[in-house]
Design a protein around this ligand. Structure first.
Ligand code: ADP
Length: 230
């Protein structure tokens, strides 16, 4: 297996993208970068960025491209992501973001950010609706679970905090986020495919099985990539 892989995870809200990204990053020993987490932390800490994006997040809208790109570039530089590898979760989310960050040339060589592969987790829209309604997240440490009875408002995370529904997991915000996904993020699958970098994975079923499918699909991309050897 190649060293320090650079992986983008794509998938609808509720596709398991966050969970699988964290597992993959831990398995490969590279940083997990979730733009959603970066924004939520900024909101929680009351930073200038947090004040600008708080309402957008709660409404289920998209943070403007230029702001997202700046945050990711700054984070990538600070954490040395290009040399150190990464699992990007939630970025890019528009073709504008992808072109600004990775470049527009065929090889996507801009600024040394080239990914080895983009994994698209396929989960039908009907299924993610049910998963999102049942999702409870700990606001302190991000621990996530799915409750069997969606009328249960909160459950304890292993550290004893209350895991609750995310403010953008209301039916209205979920509807907006899924619609935006189709229009803005959907085109990224074909975009990565056109660069020979797309691996599609069935995201339905047991999370352990999905994780193994991801590893199987990744292998040929990571083995052939010159960017990750040495
Ligand atoms: P989800 O995938 O369920 O929407 P995330 O945690 O990835 O959850 O993102 C939460 C919110 O953060 C998004 O609804 C959006 O408002 C904002 N966000 C995250 N990443 C981006 C991005 N790349 N571009 C624009 N907005 C983003």
């Amino acid at each position: 297996m190649a060293n320090r892989p650079r992986i983008v995870l794509l998938g609808r809200q509720g596709s398991g993208k966050g969970t699988q990204s964290a597992r993959l990053a831990a398995h490969l020993g590279v940083p997990h970068v979730s733009t959603g987490d970066l924004f939520r932390t900024a909101v929680r800490d009351g930073t200038a960025l947090g004040r600008r994006v708080g309402d957008i997040l709660d409404d289920g809208g998209l943070v403007p491209d230029d702001m997202v790109i700046e945050v990711v570039r700054e984070h990538a530089a600070r954490r040395g992501l290009d040399a150190g590898g990464y699992v990007l979760d939630g970025f890019p989310r528009t073709v504008v973001q992808a072109e600004a960050y990775f470049g527009t040339d065929a090889a996507l060589t801009q600024a040394g950010h080239r990914p080895d592969v983009a994994v698209e987790l396929d989960v039908p829209a009907e299924l993610v609706l049910a998963r999102l309604a049942a999702r409870r997240v700990c606001p302190v440490d991000g621990w996530t679970t799915t409750v069997e009875d969606p009328t249960v408002e909160a459950v304890r995370c292993p550290d004893g905090h209350l895991a609750v529904q995310r403010p953008d997991d209301t039916p209205e915000a979920i509807g907006r986020r899924l619609a935006l996904y189709e229009v803005e993020t959907g085109p990224l699958g074909p975009w990565f495919a056109a660069h020979g970098l797309l691996a599609r994975v069935d995201g339905t079923g047991d999370p352990d099985v999905v994780f193994q499918r991801i590893l199987d699909e990744l292998e040929p991309f990571l083995d052939r990539s010159p960017a990750t050897t040495g």
